[in-house]
Write a protein that binds this ligand. Sequence first.
Ligand code: ADP
Ligand code: ADP
Ligand code: MG
Length: 452
Amino acid sequence: MQKILIANRGEIALRIVRACRELGIKTLAVYSEADVESLHVQLADEAICIGPAPSSDSYLKADRILSAAELADVDAIHPGYGFLSENADFAEQCESCNIRFIGPKSSSIRMMGDKAVAKDTVKKAGVPVVEGSDGPVTTEAEAVKTAKSIGYPVIIKAVAGGGGRGMRIAHNDVSFAKEFHTARNEAEKAFGNGAVYVEKYIQNPRHIEFQILADSHGKTLHLGERDCSVQRRHQKLIEEAPSPFVTPDLRKRMGRAAIKAAVAAKYENAGTIEFIVDEKGNYFFLEMNTRIQVEHPVTEEVTGIDLIKEQIRIAAGEKLNLEQKRITFTRHAIECRINAEDPARNFTPCPGLIDLYYAPGGHGVRVDSHVYGGYAIPPHYDSMIGKLIAYASTRDLALDRMYRALSEYIIRGIKTTIPLHRAIVSDPIFREGKATTAFVAEFLSRNPGELK
Ligand code: ADP
Ligand code: ADP
Ligand code: MG
């Protein structure tokens, strides 16, 4: 491969530029008018503006991106995460233009992109799934019947959902009827597909996901788990590997199940199998993300494997030069998502000018971010502006290091999640490795003053 178009922005675009540089591959950045000053545009070898600020006029415009690809004569497109990364039609268009899509085949994206079909597929392959409706539920009567037979509480989810959106919890028949209609309307608006399914709402679970790598020669491996239980509104805030909850035996069983699920999807490239794990250690498939994940660096720092480079090599048709037995997890890594948000005001986005910026460094610290002093965060996109990763030989040392790095981090001019992360990283429940997906809400009610 000689040249790659990066169909994304922000930190992930920069991450891909960096991997390409090290591989000796040229990069083409495509960008919106709001991103002229972004670091990925400045560091790419070439850059083409594809439209105005709103993503619907730029980063989601498949035809403009493909025209840029033709014009600059690229060999492949890396879609990053979000935007077109899980759009099967876009992957198909790339395939038909003879441009490699750095990701799975469009058929795998389509299959796993419908969360009800995905559950059904992996269930048939013998992977445990969360108890729920067989496929989407269409009428209220049918939905209530399903909810009753599962037993409350239940969660109503959009089949096309993602990014923590389009989910509703119901505790009884009355609230269920209301939430069912709200969920359908929201799903229609957010994803252009109103189909929803129902599943058991598992209380105080952990979110534990497995990183998969699969080549086009039939080899499928897992790179261990990430614990992403620290979430606000079903969105991840902190991720770590290994999970303090997962024993070597559970890792083996979940890893095998994750590989089974990926094989059932005829999966190629990097992907993630998400599980929800109950208090007893029973695990259930939740969904598959058919793309690189935001939190991929924790896996990289624990295994020493560069996931973006592996994605590029796999897309080029190379064989995986890795063996399951040789993949070891001897370090601990943790990632804090740095969002331009005000945690004290219900995490409202806080775009604006960063007038002073100083990123932490030193032994065992990694910062993946496209921002710098003097950079203005545009209001049009996701509020995540960077990721701080700390790693060390043990979990305790990694947490101490994370606290130290968070204390050095200066982002002046806007509100960020840094103070919240400092408070969480020093919280006894989190430090003991006992956080479930209910942790953040409980923490905030315990520490209302921590967020100022
Ligand atoms: P990860 O699973 O990698 O942790 P997130 O759930 O945080 O990823 O999503 C990554 C990015 O992709 C976010 O910007 C999120 O808003 C976006 N995203 C994910 N799925 C969808 C979807 N179905 N529709 C729109 N945006 C999505
Ligand atoms: P998305 O596609 O938006 O990422 P997921 O299906 O991965 O949606 O769910 C996101 C989060 O929502 C999970 O990590 C978990 O915290 C919560 N969640 C989803 N399904 C359930 C469930 N059945 N029981 C409890 N929590 C759930
Ligand atoms: Mg998910």
